[in-house]
Design a binder for this molecule. Structure first.
Ligand SMILES: [Fe+2]
Ligand SMILES: [Fe+2]
Length: 238
């Protein structure tokens, strides 16, 4: 159902370049958080896996950045007519941008990572199909998708290892937390939209009325300095 929308989002080369650069930021941010997670965990195997995961995300950041810059360099600035980045339609590896590793247990972090990596894999598969006309960008997605599949699988396998009896519950909690964050994102987007509409209505409907009233009041005023209407008392200020 989303395929034509993704094809439209990725069809504009300027937008494509900007999106790749924005994806690079998310991947690099996720890489830093995973490096921090590897410092915090007390599990030796998880430490090694988080570190490998962090290196993968940093490499993804480099790949997206390099391709985004090359694409931008090949385009002329004057042709850029796309103003919409459509990040809410086609976000990058969302989840990594929400990652808070401090204070998380290994179980909850692995459950959160597994769901994030799974949705990243689904998204990147859709983007991979949408950039048919751009083989270089397609190659970037092909290579990154292999890593995302590994991230998705190792997080699930490790979650089952560290929490053999409660991994289902951990996944359910992580899903509820993602749902809540999605709800907050949607609510703030709707609030922003309605706020914009209200400001436009105020500007074009309410302000002209006040401007008209001010103009009419100004007409009743005498020009320049004028004497007070009533003679003021010499005994009082009022
Ligand atoms: Fe990634
Ligand atoms: Fe990933």
């Amino acid at each position: 159902m989303m395929r034509p929308i993704h094809r439209w989002v990725w069809s504009d080369p300027h937008r494509r370049a900007r999106k790749l650069l924005a994806f690079a930021e998310t991947e690099a941010d996720g890489g830093r958080d995973l490096a921090r997670a590897s410092e915090l965990t007390g599990d030796a195997l998880l430490r090694r896996l988080y570190l490998r995961h962090a290196q993968d995300e940093m490499r993804h950041a480099d790949m997206f950045r390099t391709r985004g810059r090359a694409l931008l360099a090949s385009l002329s600035k004057g042709d850029d007519t796309s103003t919409l980045d459509a990040m809410w339609i086609a976000p990058g590896e969302r989840g990594l941008d929400d990652l808070r590793v401090d204070g998380e247990s290994d179980e909850s972090l692995l459950a959160f990572l597994h769901l994030s990596e799974r949705s990243a894999q689904e998204r990147f598969t859709a983007y991979h199909a949408a950039v048919l006309a751009d083989p270089d960008t397609r190659d970037v997605f092909t290579s990154i998708l292999r890593d995302e599949a590994f991230h998705m699988n190792y997080t699930y396998a490790q979650l089952r290892r560290v929490s053999p009896r409660r991994h289902g519950w951990r996944l359910w909690l992580a899903r509820a937390s993602r749902f809540w964050k999605a709800y907050l994102r949607l609510s703030s987007a709707i609030a922003g939209l309605f706020g914009g509409i209200m400001l436009v209505v105020q500007y074009f409907v309410l302000l002209p009325v006040f401007a008209l009233l001010a103009k009419r009041a100004a007409k009743k005023e005498n020009d320049g300095w004028s004497a007070p209407q009533k003679a003021r008392s010499l005994r009082s200020q009022y």
